[in-house]
Design a protein around this ligand. Structure first.
Ligand code: SF4
Ligand code: SF4
Length: 425
């Protein structure tokens, strides 16, 4: 960042000292983990620029939009429908929960045995280091797992503009009705916040923008089926992470340009790693910026991550919304149809996810799958065991990993991952 953004951060109420510390650590990890990679596609320069300005230029854009009357909505989960937000000319940003911050203070409010993702949301708020969170006119929390549901009761005390969305736990007719009602309520809340009446035309536009973004991300995903893989798992994950922050139109255009370059690389047989490098499918909990720990260890050990079965990955993007409704009711039904297909582990039963992982392993030519759960995340940890049995029954190599955001277990993880890669090689 060349511009001095400190007055802007000060105006947002950030703790400048703590924020400097965050940026310094983020910059160091980015250099060591992302920029040090060899053979990166040239068009990844766009992502490097976005990341270098993630708390700078992007926040400036958001504040300018706010001055022009637009609203900013922060979200923690892929169940929050960006289509409705865009329809009201508002901007949705993902709130990153990918690193520990102010852990000691956080554990005075919520128990130590809460997953890192939830703790991270508290850490960012308590230490006032997230300009996205501070710029948000509304923050949406969703009742997904028990951890989040109960933690939001406490978070509401820190974030008064926290809007809670209830989510079903079962994919039944009643579950569908609940989601439909929640989306209807959300539409009303967004209308009230923005003062903009959401018309059919507006909602269709919101759906089209979001569909285009997801199509570009799936185009990228499918290109990774090639051998040699045209892009590293770390770079692909970074793109999936930035999808939550960047302007959706600009982002979609840039990702399609990256895909054009990847198509050329595939034609030339130019990979991020040599052909026949062991291929890993990564499955499990979402990995928000700057959580690069597991793919970093995998690729450092000489394998390549070829897909993410995750909300920051294929689980989050693969379904599109049928955009041909003629009324708001029809379009809301189409949105519910789309979101109801997300196979998050909070649903019971959730057999689709197991099926999807098996299909991805096959389609991406994975030699093995690594399942990653955050410690204390019961939904994903519990699902990983039957999944392991099923894939192993199909003679597919499977490794279950539980970790958190600290670097304390790095040596142990490295040993396990290296041994796994040796087996699948
Ligand atoms: S894993 Fe479930 S709760 Fe988490 S972001 Fe995805 S859909 Fe939401
Ligand atoms: S990682 Fe697991 S425990 Fe944590 S918020 Fe997501 S579903 Fe809940």
């Amino acid at each position: 960042m060349t511009t001095d953004y400190r007055p802007m951060w000060q105006e947002l109420g950030l703790d400048l000292k703590a924020h400097d510390n965050l940026l310094q650590n983020l910059g160091k990890s980015y250099q060591e983990i992302i920029l040090s990679q060899k053979n990166r596609p040239e068009s990844m320069a766009y992502l490097d620029f976005v990341m270098s300005e993630v708390h700078g230029l992007r926040i400036k854009e958001l504040l300018e939009a706010k001055r022009n009357g637009r609203k900013v909505i922060g979200a923690f989960c892929v169940f929050v429908p960006e289509e409705i937000v865009l329809a009201a000319d508002a901007i949705m940003v993902g709130l990153c929960t990918g690193t520990d911050f102010a852990l000691e203070d956080v554990e005075k409010i919520i128990p130590r045995n809460t997953c890192s993702l939830i703790k991270s949301a508290f850490g960012f708020k308590l230490s006032r280091v997230c300009p996205f969170l501070e710029a948000a006119d509304m923050v949406v929390g969703e009742n997904t797992c028990d951890g989040k549901k109960k933690a939001y009761e406490q978070l509401k005390e820190l974030i008064p503009n926290l809007y809670i969305m209830d989510l079903p736990q079962q994919k039944t007719a009643i579950g569908r009705q609940l989601l439909r009602q929640e989306y209807q309520n959300f539409l009303a809340a967004i209308t009230e916040l923005t003062g903009i009446e959401i018309t059919v035309e507006r909602l269709r536009r919101g759906i089209a923008i979001t569909n285009n973004k997801r199509e570009a991300l799936m185009r990228l995903a499918h290109l990774r089926q090639a051998d040699p893989a045209p892009i590293s798992g770390l770079d692909a994950l970074l793109i999936n992470q930035v999808a939550f922050y960047d302007d959706p139109l600009r982002f979609t255009e840039s990702i399609n340009k990256i895909c054009d370059e990847l198509e050329e690389r595939i034609k030339l047989g130019n990979g991020a790693f040599p052909a026949a490098t062991p291929r890993i499918l990564l499955s499990g909990c979402p990995m928000a910026v700057p959580n690069w720990k597991i793919p970093w260890l995998i690729e450092r050990a000489g394998a390549v991550v070829v897909g993410e079965e995750s909300c920051v990955g294929e689980r989050g993007w693969r379904n599109l919304t049928v955009n041909n409704g003629n009324t708001i009711d029809e379009l809301l039904d189409a949105l519910v149809d789309r979101y109801f297909n997300i196979d998050c582990a909070i649903f019971t039963p959730n057999a689709e996810r197991e099926q999807h992982v098996a299909e991805m392993a096959q389609n991406y030519g994975a030699d093995g799958t690594i399942h990653y759960s955050l410690q204390f995340c019961q939904p994903y940890s519990i699902e990983s065991m039957p999944m392991e049995r099923r894939l192993q029954d199909q003679d597919h190599n499977f490794l279950r990993i539980e970790t958190d955001y600290s670097m304390e277990d790095i040596g142990q993880l490295q040993t396990r991952i290296e041994a796994f890669i040796e087996i699948i090689s």
